[in-house]
Design a protein around this ligand. Structure first.
Ligand code: FES
Length: 135
């Protein structure tokens, strides 16, 4: 049920999120989440500044009505589940820009002034790291 992954800054992307309200898959048969995962890897691989952010996919983050959904996390930091993304490059750029700022933050709190416009309105929950709660 669990698979070991890199223990550093990462974006866990739901690989099974819908493509759209009308269709689970795009014309090529790709789920929205899988297409977003591909976009995240493509954007990450094109920018050396993002090389330290792992992209991990897993089926269903239980945020299905807010497709496409991702979980941004890093050890010892507050993590976030975000959703409502289109499976495209613009979303991948915004998610990774936020993940980079999150990874550089002390405790996972990124000042609102540093949020990329593309993540605003997409936050669903924040999750405290194991052993901590937020103050
Ligand atoms: S299918 Fe993506 S969160 Fe459930």
């Amino acid at each position: 049920m669990l698979r070991t992954v890199h223990d550093g800054p990462q974006v866990v992307v739901c690989s099974t999120c819908r493509h759209s309200a009308e269709a689970r898959e795009d014309a090529a048969g790709g789920r929205g989440g899988a297409v977003l995962a591909d976009a995240l890897r493509r954007v990450r691989d094109a920018d050396p500044a993002l090389a330290g952010i792992a992209i991990e996919d897993m089926p269903c983050l239980f945020a299905c009505t807010r497709y496409c959904a991702v979980h941004i996390r890093a050890p010892g930091k507050i993590g976030y589940v975000l959703g409502g993304f289109a499976p495209d490059t613009a979303a991948a750029v915004a998610i990774l820009a936020y993940a980079a700022a999150h990874g550089e933050s002390a405790d996972g709190v990124v000042p609102y002034s540093q949020w990329p416009a593309g993540v605003k309105g997409h936050f669903i929950v924040r999750v405290p790291p194991e052993g901590y709660v937020a103050t």
